[in-house]
Design a binder for this molecule. Sequence first.
Ligand SMILES: Nc1ncnc2c1ncn2[C@@H]1O[C@H](COP(=O)(O)OP(=O)(O)OP(=O)(O)O)[C@@H](O)[C@H]1O
Ligand SMILES: [Mg+2]
Length: 234
Amino acid sequence: MLRVSQLSCGYGNVIAVNELSFTVRAGEIFGLIGANGAGKSATILALAGLIDVIGGQVELEGQDITHLPTHQRVNAGIALVPEGRRVFADLSVIENLIVGATRMDRQCLDAGCERVFTTFPRLAERRNQLAGLLSGGEQQMLAIARALMAEPSVLLIDELSLGLMPIVVDECYRVLEALRIEQLAIVLVEQSTERIQQVANQISVLETGRVVWQGTGEQAARDSSIVEAYLGLK
Ligand SMILES: Nc1ncnc2c1ncn2[C@@H]1O[C@H](COP(=O)(O)OP(=O)(O)OP(=O)(O)O)[C@@H](O)[C@H]1O
Ligand SMILES: [Mg+2]
């Protein structure tokens, strides 16, 4: 589904990622982990078309989308849950969802909102509340829900767990598992392997823009001391 080959990208003259390759299919989760500054967000932003690709290729269902502008990628089925959620604080929950519904007809909006409210009952209860007044966990749910309103086939999630209590992280991961079962292809960025290794089909560890370790979630659990050393945790 999403095939990334030898991707290099960065910010102006700063090359943040060097020759990264991976494939993620419908119903799979690809995990990208690394310490601060490793190039995780740069990868996600390049896949969303928000920073320049310097080299390599990105294909979605066989179509070359390497240099496609962001709005066309959304139309092609790629949606972003950005680092730090970035919900629109001064808009209500439902207004945030409508902002995400770039591909939906007006007549389908209500049904689209109700669909995501089934996945996120807490958001349904708070549908008219300003997003800025939601808890961190609720804002993360809203960021995911807003992305789902674009009816994506590929979901890019930058730091799902960041700053959230373990119990809320558990809830986010339950949602992720449900989305995977619904056949989404998910690219998930985290700073540690702790949770991601339980769900990811494949994991790559980035260190200063290069892959230093890769394997399955199970292998990451088995080689945890090696992986943690790369992450600077040991
Ligand atoms: N706007 C920018 N302009 C120039 N360089 C940047 C910019 N944002 C990030 N960088 C640099 O690009 C590299 C990769 O950064 P990136 O944000 O992708 O890291 P990250 O793995 O997401 O880190 P974090 O865990 O802190 O979010 C770093 O060296 C960083 O300093
Ligand atoms: Mg980042």
